[in-house]
Design a protein around this ligand. Structure first.
Ligand code: BV8
Length: 240
């Protein structure tokens, strides 16, 4: 059996990291087209780099929450039963990993990494990223950017993600508004492949009733509750 979990900014909201489209969301204060596109980076690299510097500093001060921990527990428990948990996140934070999740697929990249546009290497990066910073690998200066996927860039790991969607028995979307493509169509793809679908959110996805089940509530309460029920059902009925 295969479980596909997709997380969005809502799973990290209670760790104090701002979401994008909520009432105090990042895209309420700035346009994504001034901060999260290749053109924005070309037009004003200092503005874009300072945006990610501020988010990286906030991330280093943040801690995983009970939702992240519940998903790490789910991974361990399912694996001991021979069931695969594919955890795909739209988030660029590393709170899933810091909560103990071993396999995390970051389709929009990772805030604590840099990418060199000269040698294409990605490297750990925790400090601020000044515009002229030199690549520690190839020495090129001014070639570093945050290792995140901007709008109009291709998300990462899409082949693997598609394969896992096509063989999911259960698809769960946690804390995402379902606004951004291609993540927004994952639920339809998993459903078309025969998966049962569950949404865990503070308020429902903007569109359509593509979910078989909806659990409304804060992730730090709703996710541990859902994980507990999944494991109890596995132990009693032997299925998801
Ligand atoms: C691409 C960068 C091919 C890193 C991000 C087809 C149709 C429509 C549009 C497009 C399309 N094809 C391409 C597009 C354009 C674009 C797009 O989707 N635009 C949208 C806005 C209309 N997509 C792309 O460009 C993607 N690339 O498709 O490649 C291609 C190639 C070339 C040319 C064309 C196409 C690339 C998308 C990646 C963009 N990068 N971030 C960063 O800075 O973080 S997107 C950004 O949005 C973040 O990554 C974020 O993760 C993502 C999704 O947002 P959410 O996670 O859902 O967060 P949001 O704030 O929206 O919602 C929060 C949710 O949490 C809410 O539901 C709320 O209820 C819930 N919540 C809040 N608190 C809690 C909670 N839930 C539980 N508990 C709580 N406490």
């Amino acid at each position: 059996m295969n479980v596909f979990v997709l997380t969005g900014a809502g799973v990290s909201a209670e760790s104090g990291l701002a979401t994008f489209r909520g009432k105090d969301g990042m895209w309420r204060r700035h346009s994504p087209f001034d901060l999260a596109t290749p053109q924005a980076f070309k037009r004003d690299p200092d503005l874009v780099l300072s945006f990610y510097d501020a988010r990286r500093r906030a991330l280093l001060a943040a801690l995983p929450n009970d939702a992240h921990r519940a998903l790490a527990r789910l991974e361990t428990e399912l694996s001991s039963r021979g069931i695969t948990l594919f955890l795909c996140t739209q988030n660029v934070d590393d709170l899933h990993e810091r909560a103990g999740s071993q396999e995390v697929t970051h389709m929009h990249g990772e805030l604590r990494k840099a990418r060199c546009t000269a040698c294409d290497q990605t490297l750990a990066w925790d400090g601020d990223m000044p515009r002229g910073a030199a690549c520690p690998r190839c020495g090129a200066s001014g070639s570093l950017r945050p290792h995140v996927v901007w709008f109009e860039e291709m998300p990462l790991h899409m082949e693997r993600i598609d394969a896992m969607l096509d063989r999911a028995d259960l698809f769960v979307a946690i804390g995402t508004s379902g606004t951004v493509h291609p993540a927004s169509r994952f639920v339809e793809q998993a459903r078309a492949a025969g998966a049962s679908t569950v949404e865990i959110n503070l308020q429902p996805y903007g569109r359509g009733a593509a979910f078989d089940e909806r659990r409304i509530g804060p992730a730090t309460r709703a996710v541990p509750a859902w994980v507990g029920e999944v494991l109890a059902k596995l132990d009693s009925a032997g299925n998801l």
